[in-house]
Design a protein around this ligand. Structure first.
Ligand code: ZN
Length: 332
């Protein structure tokens, strides 16, 4: 199919290099140690200065896969060190979005390393818009694969920067697959409303969604030993029985843990978007959206009560989802 006229402006950006983004801190031992601890890496080349000095490398190095870490912005969005570019390397996505492609999903990322980084190196990166594919239709919808390549540099006083690695980052910028609606009236202007993705459903999980549609929060129970389990699965992890039925939860529980999604703002969700791991009084846990409280009010241990809301899904159907609301607010 012929490409729309507006795409010419977007394609003109292919090959564009966006300026440097600097690292807040030089390569340093504390960040390496924290990262290794989180990742469960115990290689002394990264954290044991004594043995690293005596080994072939002659000193500590940073794990190669930390490359992206050095130049991350931190908790505040777009909060880069002075001297960093203010250009938006994602401007092509904004232009595509303006034409009615509101959704984005990361597709793949490939890292390549030239060498290991050593303590006190100052890292920065530049970004190049590598390519924009032809319009494609996938199960998610119709849109464009956009590929960016970040090149990481070690900065040297009085010498040219040294390339130390690259990171390819590919996204699919798309309009979600929506059913064709009968034309009953002039459609309002503006991009199409983004609907929720439909969950994958199998013979093991269908009871849960059917229960939600009936306003019931169902938990899978092993028929042999009575152990409750969630998420649903075909076999009991306690006794390996394949026999199961369900029990209806009272829908009461407490917030075991939570996250508040601030960024990126992915339609159709409201942001900030508080999402909890709720421990039901029956003992199983499930992940669900929190409603009826502001993002800053969420607390671990808070008592919550289930309720059900129905949403249209991108495949043309709808889905009932359990959500949780503070018990006190429910009573009010
Ligand atoms: Zn069992």
């Amino acid at each position: 199919m012929a490409e729309p006229e507006w795409m010419k402006e977007v394609r003109a950006l292919v090959g564009k290099e966006y300026g440097r983004v600097h690292a807040w801190d030089p390569v340093n031992a504390p960040m390496i140690r924290h990262w290794c601890e989180v990742m469960g890496i115990e290689n002394p080349a990264y954290t044991d200065a004594g043995s690293a000095a005596a080994a072939a490398r002659g000193g500590l190095v940073a794990p190669a896969t930390m490359l992206q870490v050095w130049c991350l912005e931190g908790l505040k969005q777009n909060n880069y060190p002075p001297g960093s570019t203010t250009e938006n390397p994602y401007e092509s996505l904004k232009l595509i979005e303006a034409q009615g492609y509101p959704s984005v999903v990361a597709v793949n990322s490939d890292l390549e390393f030239e060498r290991e980084l050593r303590l006190d190196e100052r890292i920065c990166y530049t970004t190049r818009l590598d390519s924009i594919g032809e319009q494609k239709t996938t199960a998610l919808g119709t849109g464009f694969f956009v590929t960016l390549v970040m090149t990481y540099w070690s900065q040297r006083d009085g010498a040219a920067d040294e390339k130390v690695g690259t990171q390819l980052f590919r996204v699919f910028k798309f309009k979600p697959a929506n059913p064709v609606k009968p034309a009953v009236a002039a459609a309002p202007a503006g991009p199409p409303k983004v609907k929720r993705p439909a969950p994958g459903m199998s013979d093991d999980t269908r009871f849960f969604w059917d229960g939600a549609r009936a306003g019931k929060l169902l938990v899978q129970r092993c028929k042999a030993c009575g152990t409750l389990r969630h998420p649903p699965g075909p076999v009991c992890t306690a006794c390996h029985s394949f026999e199961w039925d369900t029990v209806e939860s009272k829908g009461l529980g407490r917030i075991h843990s939570f996250v508040v999604m601030h960024y990126p703002e992915v339609p159709p969700f409201e942001h900030p978007n508080p999402i909890a791991l709720v421990e039901l009084d029956e003992g199983t846990r499930l992940v669900a959206q929190l409603v009826g409280l502001a993002a800053g009010e969420v607390a671990i241990g808070q008592r919550v009560q289930v309720e059900f809301a129905t949403f249209e899904t991108a495949d043309g159907g709808d889905i009932a989802l359990p959500q949780f609301r503070p018990v006190a607010a429910q009573a009010a």
